[in-house]
Design a protein. Sequence first.
Length: 145
Amino acid sequence: MERWIARLAIAVAALLVASIVLLAGIGFLCFALYLTLLEKTSPPIAAAATGLAALILAGFTIFAARLISAGMTASRKAERRSKDGVSADEASKLATDLGNLLGKELGSLVHANPRVTLVVSLLSGFAIGAFPGLRRALRDLLLKS
C-alpha cells in the first residue's frame, strides 16, 4: 500500500509539473496570438479573440474528458477488488484526498512565490524540450502508473 501511495504521489507530482509547463506554453501561445491579432485589429478585439480561443480550447478539453469517462466499460466496474482487498471506491477516495492535499499545498506554495514558480516552470519546460532522456523518463513514469 505504501508503494502504491508513493507511486501515486510521484505520478501526481509529475502530472502537476507537466500541467504547469503546459499552462506556461499555452500562455505563450495565447500571447503570440494576441500580438498577431494586435497587428490587424484593435487591442480589445485582439484580447477578446484570444480569450475566446482559450475558452474554446478549455471546452474541447472538458468535452474530451467526458467522452473518455463515458467510454469506460462495464467490465472495469466489475473489477471492484484489488489484490490487497481495498475496493476501487476506497482507492479512488484515497487518491482524491491525496490529490486535494497535494493541490492545496502546492497551490499555497505557488501563490506565495509566483516569480519562482514562473522561473521553475520555464526552466523545466526548457529541460524537457532540450533533454530527450528526461522526456522519456517522464513519459515512462506516467505510463507505468
